[in-house]
Write a protein that binds this ligand. Sequence first.
Ligand code: ATP
Ligand code: MG
Ligand code: FE
Length: 332
Amino acid sequence: AIILGIESSCDETSASICIDGEIKSNIIAGQAIHSKYGGVVPELASRAHQQNIIPTVDQAIQQAKITKNDIDAVAFTRGPGLLGSLLVGTSFAKSFALAREIPLIEVNHMQAHILAHFIDDPKPNFPFLCLTVSGGHTQIVLVNGYFEMELLGQTLDDAAGEAFDKTAKILTLPYPGGPLIDKYAQLGDPNAFSLPEPQIADLNFSFSGLKTAILYLVQAKIKEDPQFLERHLNDICASVQSRIVSILLNKLKKAAKQTGVKEVAIAGGVSANSGLRNALVEMGEEYKWRVFIPKFEYCTDNAAMIAIAGYQKYLRQDFVGQDITPLARMHI
Ligand code: ATP
Ligand code: MG
Ligand code: FE
């Protein structure tokens, strides 16, 4: 079966073609416009999706060397995400399915981040644990089946990606700051500045205290030395990244211990982080886990993960009608 996947939950317009479970194209149109505002502006995002969606889908079809007539079903991100952004992808998918008289498949964006692990080999076996770390979510999920997922823990305030992006803002770096912190961190000393680890007993996370600690640290240091940020940027980035990574992995370790599960994955935009990837590999060796780390292009938002999730739903004949509407909030 040939599935067209559409992703438009935030600020990436993406389209992908999946043929019998194999990804043949994954076109991603980013939106540079938001960087000058220091964050995603919802109204501008939906407008950009509107402009990008047709050329992005055309390109995905061309690159897969198929025609529109070959497509058997359309899968789209129903949520969670920005409603105005989701509406563009949802409306496009509905019209496409209606016009071509093919089935329509809804996909949960957070499930799709996890199901990106079924794009390439080696694939995890069920049950596995997934730490999903993105711009809007931080979750530990017990994945019992393609669409049987159990939330074991989540953030009580900011998401891990938000912690990176808000820290970057304090350090006067442009949005999205996560990748930049990663870059500078590689040149710095992770032990240069000590930052707090929140004390939360269960498998939940908190990042807002860390953000405040960084703000106070930077403010105090700048008082002593106005050039502080320029002089110590690498060390601050390394210290912050190392703390975010230790907060994430300590909980993951705890979840593995509690469940006895030894197949452990990461997913979502922050899983592109080099510090997290390296530390997870080390932890996996220590605890004899089978570790799964997505390819970079499948970490941040992409339609390949929507197409692969859609393919699994296609096999189950799990279709929706034209009355379907997007949801800004959606449980996993
Ligand atoms: P959600 O999936 O929760 O709806 P989202 O779709 O906006 O949110 P993603 O696109 O999955 O999130 O991830 C974007 C986030 O990943 C941003 O916060 C960005 O800063 C972060 N990120 C991307 N690359 C890196 C990196 N190398 N290091 C740290 N953070 C990163
Ligand atoms: Mg994005
Ligand atoms: Fe995402």
